[in-house]
Design a protein around this ligand. Structure first.
Ligand code: ADP
Ligand code: MG
Length: 232
């Protein structure tokens, strides 16, 4: 029991450290990338090749930070009661520009007032990683639908896309660390999502058809509406 307690304290310290590191490391990565690009524009042959390799390695590092720590703040993890409408509107506003870059559409439909207990940064990270995959799978006329509704003491969150879809072999491996079919993929996005949903006592089921699209259904325990008077 004692050991367990120490372990969770250690994990909390590690995640706080990771958040600070992500915060501090992002900027120098971007600055370095800018200079390398500048040099790349003036160079040729092998030199240009090495500069491009350096840039794509920097991108790999940035992508890893994105999959893990997009919203990480250097502070201890806060658990609160999250308003699904607010969370998903924030998520939508972050993902829309990326979606529009691929000429896609995104629809959001959160039915009624839904509350879920968890950490807001982690929650957003979990769904950003799913939606980012949908955007990356998009073809012409890409369309992503996000829908959330309550049923009994659960909330169901559907995310559906009409992207390239997956073969059953791929579907079975989702969430496996470093499993990626993309040249610039980290293979960490869904592993992070699965872990976050699991820690929230939820579950997530993917279905997909090659050439037709993909849908994930996440089920989480509904929380009670927070008492507004208590927080005053
Ligand atoms: P990454 O995106 O870095 O490859 P992920 O863990 O996010 O890693 O996803 C793993 C793999 O699952 C992807 O490389 C892709 O092949 C597949 N995948 C996940 N979501 C979708 C989706 N919505 N449509 C098609 N393929 C998907
Ligand atoms: Mg991904």
């Amino acid at each position: 029991f004692n050991n367990e307690l120490q372990r969770s304290e250690k994990l909390e310290i590690i995640s706080e450290l990771a958040a600070s590191v992500a915060h501090e490391v992002r900027n120098p990565l971007q600055v370095t990338r800018g200079f390398l690009q500048l040099l790349g524009g003036k160079s040729h042959g092998a030199e240009k090749k090495y500069l491009n390799m350096a840039i794509s390695e920097l991108d790999r590092a940035s992508n890893i930070i994105t999959d893990f720590l997009t919203f990480a703040k250097p502070e201890f993890e806060q658990i609160s009661v999250l308003n699904m409408n607010e969370e998903f509107h924030h998520i939508e506003s972050i993902m829309l520009p990326l979606c529009h870059l691929s000429n896609g559409k995104m629809d959001l439909n959160v039915r009624g007032e839904l509350w879920v207990k968890g950490n807001s940064s982690k929650f957003k990270q979990a769904f950003i990683n799913i939606i980012k995959n949908s955007i990356e799978a998009m073809g012409e006329d890409g369309h992503i639908e996000i829908m959330a509704y309550g049923e009994g003491n659960k909330v169901h969150i559907h995310i559906r896309d009409n992207g390239e879809g997956m073969e059953p072999e791929v579907l079975n491996r989702l969430g496996e660390p470093y499993f990626s079919n993309k040249t610039k993929g980290t293979g960490l996005g869904l592993m992070v999502t699965f872990r976050i949903i699991e820690a929230m006592q939820g579950e997530i089921v993917f279905s997909s058809k090659k050439g037709a699209g993909t849908e994930s259904i996440t089920t989480l325990p509904l929380a009670e509406r927070p008492d507004a008077s208590r927080s005053l």
